[in-house]
Design a protein around this ligand. Structure first.
Ligand code: BTN
Length: 273
């Protein structure tokens, strides 16, 4: 088993970080890497926290995140942003794209796609999720914690592991048939995320749209959206706008803008013979 190593992570991240200083915290076990950074005193550096396992890993929509010891990536990056929170509406989409860009540097180019806003999927199975939690330190200063759970070396095709999660999932190892160095992946993902965030701040999301369209796993698909009031909307997904909102057209042709909630592809109805 490879072990998480601060120095190695730092070295792998360097190419992408420029002058930015990165503080790294590595734990054998922690409740949640997101929670650690939320409690950690603020600093001007980027702060990265990763752990071999989490005892209370959190997912979106109140779910928990399964975190078997030493196999996968559970990491969080804290980033300080001076400006209003409203300007960050496409942030989580940018992070999904940054992870895919990190994969490309390692020649991982299999058909991995993004399910809005930021789940990474392969062949209908989830391989990574992102949980962003922000706290406003003042009207003009946000502390943003970006948590990434990436299934790396767990062999999910083994029946015993598949029963640990209530929906289909997969790992990089399943996709590529080899084990991956987590220190290298964390270093590159962290550095690339920093680069993508800087670009997002300068140029906004519009320059990312062509990249998004390449990886948008919902485009022109029939989807069901569970809205925050628990109502459901069924329609065709028509991509995202410059503010990151998902556009879904219902059967009357009305376009709905989705800001949050769960979106799933509707499975095709089996044809009758
Ligand atoms: C999702 O529901 O898809 C988001 C999952 C995010 C999980 C990661 S693991 C590292 C970080 N710490 C947490 O407690 N959650 C995130």
């Amino acid at each position: 088993m490879d072990i998480l190593d601060k120095q190695k992570i730092y070295e792998y991240s360097l190419t992408f970080l420029g002058q930015k200083h990165l503080n790294i915290h590595v734990f054998e076990s922690i409740d949640s890497t997101n929670q650690f950074l939320k409690n950690h005193p603020s600093s001007t550096s980027l702060e990265l926290c990763c752990a071999e396992t989490q005892t209370n890993g959190r997912g979106r929509l109140g779910r928990s995140w399964y975190s078997p010891v030493g196999e996968n990536i559970y990491c969080s990056l804290r980033w300080q942003y001076s400006g209003p929170i409203a300007k960050l509406s496409a942030l989580s989409l940018v992070v999904g794209l940054a992870i895919l860009a990190a994969f490309r540097t390692l020649e991982i180019t299999q058909n991995i796609y993004i399910k809005w806003p930021n789940d990474l999927f392969w062949d209908g199975k989830k391989m990574a999720g992102i949980l962003i939690e922000s706290t406003s330190e003042s009207l003009d200063h946000q502390s943003v914690v970006i948590g990434i759970g990436l299934n790396v070396n767990t062999q999910t095709l083994i029946e015993e592991t598949q029963t640990k999660i209530d929906r289909p999932w997969c790992s990089l190892r399943d996709i590529t048939n080899k084990k991956w160095d987590r220190n290298q992946l964390i270093g590159i993902i962290c550095g690339m995320t920093h680069q993508y965030l800087e670009r997002y701040l300068c140029d906004g999301f519009s320059t990312f749209i062509p990249e998004w369209e390449k990886y948008d796993g919902l485009y022109q698909q029939l989807v069901e959206v569970t809205l925050s009031n628990r109502q459901h909307l069924v329609g065709i997904a028509l991509g995202v706008r410059e503010d990151g909102l998902l556009q879904v057209m219902d059967k009357e042709g009305k376009i709905h803008l989705i800001t949050s909630g769960e979106v799933t592809r509707c499975s095709p109805t089996p044809s009758k013979h």
